[in-house]
Design a protein around this ligand. Sequence first.
Ligand SMILES: [Zn+2]
Length: 155
Amino acid sequence: MRERASVVEGGRPAGRRTVKDVPFVELSGGRVQGVVSSGSDVERVYVSFVESGGGYSCCTNNNRPCGGLRGAPCKHIHELVDEAILQFGAARVAAYLGVADGPPPEDARTLLGGLRGDERKESPGVVFSRFLSYLRYCELQARPGTVLEMGWFAP
Ligand SMILES: [Zn+2]
């Protein structure tokens, strides 16, 4: 009966995610993108992505540059990709980023090491607003029956 439900079950996460450190990660528009908590300041989050081909970006949600970007992806991007691997599985993340050769990479370091890309300057607004609407769905009460709004979620 799954096909008739408005909520289609997605794949199970491949491992246990650390939502506190990386509250939001998705594969969207050819990118692994999401929101990463600052290790030092609970008030601050970073909006990061890495795209197919290796281009990457990281800045705060207020569009301040990340100090960890020194010609290579910072620790936030590594955390983001590690969480994406837990959530979606290494093979799927690697294929999504266009790294299809060989065995699936074990972790973000291996995966990012195989990419060659430059830093992209982009406003964090799009990814951050996707995060905020995702949070809104997290706050919807679970109740029996169908929640029509949830039908918009792609599995
Ligand atoms: Zn960063």
